[in-house]
Every structure is written in structure tokens, then in C-alpha cells.
Design a protein around this ligand. Structure first.
Ligand SMILES: *[C@@H]1O[C@H](CO)[C@@H](O)[C@H](O)[C@H]1NC(C)=O
Ligand SMILES: *[C@@H]1O[C@H](CO)[C@@H](O)[C@H](O)[C@H]1NC(C)=O
Length: 366
């Protein structure tokens, strides 16, 4: 039975390769996702961690309810998968077996970061290093489905899109948590950003070596402006809406990321890396919130304490009535409505301030 499944998968692949994409086909054969709670879709559900979202009211606007996604509905990668023409979402790595992996997997894990220790204050998770190892295993499983033909496997993987979004937790649940982590004593914002980029370069190079060529690197947004930070620092009293110390540190990291994307494109054969400038998008969303239909930008739709930002959304807590008016679902995560704006910019924006040097739609065709 398993043999038959594999044989059929090979047949389908051969046919797909031989045919010009018919309507209804996704624009790329597969989509792999690496990241943190912004894109996790259930990989943490069976881990011992506070970074879990498989309870109501998370998923209140998602057809299957609380799946482990950290907002009320779809994540940015769910929406990107739809825009890329996939039927259904890319499944979480945890619990997905067999030929389903040929379409792609989501390896993301809430609380994960570039650095291994990042997020340990919340409990178990899969760090970026572990996510890359999980992909290595997946690629080995795929190789068997391609009868060990590495050329064929690489030809296939080379056409897939890899989305990687890391770094938020390396700041939120590491550098700016000095009671738990020593990094802010050991590094200044500039040397810390350089350290992260250096580690990230190694991890992304490993993905390239495993066959990734079309890679969308997602930068970190204005996390100095999320309800959690607004609640912690009460920056309103300061005349500023956001914690500028955090935003400045993120600026340094994102600038390093942009340079990294350029150097990959210049130095690795056939590399097509794209920088998704979430910082720019989140700034636009905040500054032009009303034009996008948002009314509440400094407060989570669900949460506890000041700005609904002191504790995350608790089980069975009553969320706000109209989720489409809120930028943030909880202390940390955007609503589905905000994710729609982020995803559409990443997919279709013609401004290199949003996506550089091309958008995801162009990346799919490249
Ligand atoms: C491996 O795959 C490539 C590309 O699809 C094909 O040209 C080649 O004949 C295959 N090699 C073997 C040994 O099947
Ligand atoms: C408050 O303002 C001071 C002085 O401009 C600045 O150094 C500090 O970072 C601000 N605090 C926050 C939380 O933004």
C-alpha cells in the first residue's frame, strides 16, 4: 500500500513536470515554512510550554477552531499558501506523514529563535537549528519518494518556496528579558544583531545546501509597538507610542538581514532570496491604520491588564467583538485582518521597500 502511494506520487510528479501548469495548480510544487508563533500552526500542541494556542478563543474565526495558530484566524503563511494557489493550508510537521510532505510542511514553533536558548523561559519549542534538522529529515524522506534520485529531488525542491521568519523572540524572549538572559550584558544592540545574523547565515546556508533556492526571509516588525511592550514600558507617558529602544535594535537586525539577502544572491549560485520588510509594513499599518479599516492599534483584542498586553489571551476568555477593527489579537500577535495586509504586501507589492528585490508572486515565477 505504501509502495503504491509512493509510486502514485512519482507518477503525479512526472505528470506535473511534463505539463504546463493547468489552472487550479499551485504556482510552485511545494511551500516550506520556518518560524515562530507568527506562523506556527500546531507544532507546539504536544509540547510542555506556555507558548501554545490550541484552546479557545484562539481560532475563533478559523473554520476548524483552535488549531495551535496564535491568532483568531489565518496566519500570514496560510494566506500566502492561498495566494500561491494551494488547495488547503500547508500542514504542521508534527503529525504529517507520507506523500503529503511533497506539498510542503510547516516547521514553525512558537517561542523559537535563531539562538538555541531563546524562548526557554516559556518552555519547550523547536529552535531554528532544530527546524533545519527537521527539514533535513523531510528531505531524506522525499529522496526515497524520488527513488534516491538526487538530481530529480533537487530539481523539485529548487522550484519550491521557503519562507523563513525568525528573530522576534531573540529580542522579546532573550535580549530584552535581562532577568532571564545575559545577552544584553554581553552584547550591545549592534554586536547582538551581528551575532544573530552570523548564526542565521549558517542556518540559511544549510537550507540552501539541502536544495532551497527560492527563499523569502521575513524581517522583524516594530515589536517596540506591540501591546506587550506598551504595557511593560507605559511608553505613552513618555510621549512616544512605542518603545523606541526596542525598535532601534530591530532596525539594526533588519538592516543586517537585508545585507545578508544581497550577499546570498550575489554569492550562491541560483539563489533567489527575497527580503520581506515586515518592519516597513507594520509601520505603514500603524501610521495608516484608519485607511486600512483598523480602529484599535495599541490594545490586544484578547488579553489581560494594561493594553490587554500584560498576559496573553487566556482559555475561554471573551475576546473583543469585532476582530476586523483590531491590529492585534493578543499581546504579541496580529489579527487575521492584519495578516491579510501583511500577506498581500509580501505577495504583490511593487515597492522594494516592502519586498526586495522582488515580491513573492515574482519569486514563484522566477
Ligand atoms: C534522475 O532524474 C533526472 C531528472 O529528472 C533524470 O534526468 C535522470 O534520468 C534520473 N536518473 C535516474 C538514474 O533515474
Ligand atoms: C522614553 O524617552 C527617553 C528619552 O527620549 C528614551 O530614551 C526612552 O527610550 C523612552 N522610553 C521608551 C519606552 O520608549
Amino acid at each position: 500500500m505504501a509502495r503504491l502511494g509512493v509510486w502514485m506520487a512519482v507518477m503525479v510528479l512526472t505528470m506535473a513536470a511534463a505539463t504546463v501548469a493547468w489552472s487550479g495548480d499551485p504556482q510552485v510544487p511545494c511551500f516550506f515554512i520556518f518560524g515562530d508563533s507568527l506562523v506556527d500552526n500546531g507544532n507546539n500542541n504536544n509540547l510542555l510550554t506556555l507558548a501554545r494556542a490550541n484552546y479557545a478563543p484562539y481560532g475563533i474565526d478559523f473554520p476548524q477552531g483552535a488549531s495551535g495558530r496564535f491568532n483568531n484566524g489565518r496566519t500570514v503563511v496560510d494566506i500566502l499558501a492561498q495566494l500561491l494557489g494551494f488547495r488547503g493550508y500547508i500542514p504542521p510537521r508534527e503529525g504529517t506523514r507520507g506523500t503529503a510532505i511533497l506539498r510542503g510542511l510547516n516547521f514553525a514553533s512558537g517561542a523559537a529563535g535563531i539562538r538555541d536558548e531563546t524562548g526557554n523561559n516559556l518552555g519547550d519549542h523547536f529552535s531554528m537549528v532544530e527546524q533545519v534538522e527537521h527539514f533535513r529529515t523531510t528531505a531524506q524522506q522525499m529522496a526515497r519518494m524520488f527513488r534516491g534520485n538526487r538530481t530529480a529531488l533537487f530539481g523539485y525542491l529548487n522550484r519550491c518556496i521557503f519562507a523563513v521568519g525568525m528573530g522576534s523572540n531573540d529580542y522579546l524572549n532573550n535580549y530584552f528579558m535581562p532577568s532571564m538572559y545575559s545577552t544584553s550584558y554581553d552584547y550591545n544592540p549592534k554586536t547582538y544583531a551581528a551575532l544573530l545574523i552570523q548564526d542565521y547565515e549558517r542556518q540559511l546556508t544549510a537550507l540552501y545546501d539541502l536544495g532551497a533556492r527560492k527563499v523569502a526571509i521575513v524581517g522583524v516588525g516594530q515589536i517596540g509597538c506591540i501591546p506587550y511592550e506598551l504595557a511593560r514600558y507605559n511608553s505613552r507617558a513618555n510621549g512616544s507610542r512605542c518603545n523606541e529602544r526596542i525598535n532601534k535594535a530591530i532596525d539594526l537586525y533588519n538592516a543586517g538581514l537585508l545585507r545578508l539577502v544581497e550577499s546570498f544572491n550575489n554569492e550562491l549560485p541560483d539563489a533567489k532570496f527575497v527580503f520581506v520588510n515586515t518592519y516597513e509594513s507594520s509601520k505603514d499599518l500603524t501610521n495608516n491604520a484608519a485607511a486600512y479599516g483598523f480602529e484599535v492599534i495599541d490594545k490586544g483584542c484578547c488579553g489581560v491588564g494594561r493594553n490587554n498586553g500584560q498576559i496573553t489571551c487566556l482559555p475561554f476568555q471573551q475576546p473583543c467583538e469585532d476582530r476586523s477593527k483590531y491590529l492585534f489579537w493578543d499581546a504579541f500577535h496580529p489579527t487575521e485582518a492584519a495578516n491579510l495586509v501583511y500577506a498581500r504586501k509580501a505577495y504583490a507589492s511593487t515597492s522594494t521597500a516592502d519586498v526586495y528585490p522582488m515580491n513573492i508572486q515574482q519569486l514563484a515565477m522566477a
